[in-house]
Design a protein. Sequence first.
Length: 212
Amino acid sequence: MTRGRFITLEGGEGAGKSTQVRLLAEGLRAAGIDALATREPGGAPGAEQIRELLVDGPVERWDAMTEALLHCAARRDHLVHAIEPALAAGRWVVSDRFADSTLAYQGCGLGLGIETVAALNRIAVGDFAPDLTIVLDLPADEGLKRAGTRGEGAQRYERMDLAFHERLRQGFLDIAKREPDRCVVVDARPGVEAVEKAIRAVVGARFELALL
């Protein structure tokens, strides 16, 4: 059995990752590929419980190191109980966030440092990495405005200041620049359909697929 592919979508708040993960998974299924749509933190029962600790509560609830450790614990559970079994069964996995988010959020946004977070990620997942990462990029202030229109209460990270979100955006762009073979930046400013089309073009070209 051929092992599945692992695709991640990354970016700041309000970039449209959740919507695009769903649409990409639907497009893959329409092309005859069994695809699992998942998310971080979360994606497995234990990881979903950790998610509640991370996205709820006051902004100052955790320091940067505690947050990074919690994210890595959730990621390990997600990998062991959801991602790896799906890939081994030949399914493709499309995830809303993975290790790059911890590098950007805690490493850059909260100042823990890229090297420190990278070391924690290696402990949690070893050398496991996505086959393709798509970074949805848009200005931080626009992303926060979009996030504020979703009709949900603002989560912890959405309540952090604009300077944090500016550092976060630059962190994702720096990751993409350092790893051009894995990462592709897609402009998230256009509408949902335009971004979906751009993502399908990237995925189709990378894996030689016809995604309509």
